[in-house]
Design a protein. Sequence first.
Length: 420
Amino acid sequence: PIKAKRVIFLCMAGGPSQLETFDWKPKLKAIDGEPFPESFTQGQQLAQLQNTVLKARGSVTTFRRHGQSGIEISDLFPHLATVADELCVIRSMQTEQINHDTAHAFMNTGSIIKGRPSMGSWLLYGLGAETQELPGFVVLTSQGKTGLQPISARQWSSGVLPSRFQGIQFQSRGDAVHYVGNPEGVCQSTQRQVVDEIRRLNGILAAEQNDPEIATRIAQYELAFKMQASVPELTDFTREPPEMLELYGVKQAGDGSFASNCLLARRLAERGVRMIQLYHRAWDHHGEIEPGMKAGANDVDQATAALIKDLKQRGMLDDTLILWGGEFGRTPMGQGSGRDHHILGFSVFLAGGGVKGGLTHGATDELGYRAVDNVVNVHDLHATMLALLGIDHRRLSTKFQGLNVRLTGIAGDVVPDLMA
């Protein structure tokens, strides 16, 4: 059964610490500053802590239980705490890649091989979009004060699929799309004639060469023409009441903030965009994790909670699947004044789109080092998300060099416990 129609992926680029977000470990706090037990780490892969003295680092914040479900949430996220009963927190995530770029690729495409389609491209390929006026897969980026980590455009690439399925990056600051208006002296009817003639010429070429990229070119000219009308209306926040801007914490529309992007994400979802991906670069805290986590949480907490509340009051949360999380987590051992990359246990959350609200799924060990209960890997997460969209992950594929390429590769199991 189809539970979700669209996905909003709030990607916390850099790897937010699960120990300062959703995974409270009192025993780790109790041994803060002491040598980390070697029995946990012996023979294990570490990013930058190889051959160093490993010391335990307890959480730099406190946790409380919230909602009727009693989910433990860090005090750094007071707004998310108000929607605790909408959250489906997975505390037992694991991934295979310990460096940022490959970990992003794995979270987005299910593979570290360049040229694999991203999650949004698979959705657009499999389901199409409910809009003809806007791209079906839109990407927005923002950044915090610290913990910045570069983001490669290949994370929203269509890979081996035709390029019409790739993500289209909108600008977060200023005009969302450059040159969306006609040049001075060119009217709409003249522009229509130009697009029609280019379409005719491309059609002749397509008949001769049978190249799918020509079909992409034809479609993109037509889409660009339609966007000249749809984009200005989409980004006109003057139609939003002041209390809505206040709910999200938007100080100025198009100011490049995560809050502004979240409000734009809701407007994109309303208009039938299939996949909306918001990258916020603020979480790579190898040092100064306490001020860094406070700043990052302050950037995203209010707007994320507002997006959930806003979608719910519009009746859209039921069929909008939200994923919040990074490419990996952070170590329970200290690295200077921060934490290193960690792949054996971290947290993400889902909301809406047919998942169980008020649920914590899985657990890490008593020191937060390894997921030990109901482990969920990235392929399982992808398989479950596709299932919520009514797709069997084993059947969504494309032929490439004689093989069936899939988002989940040859792995992945749906996790029914996450589903309402």
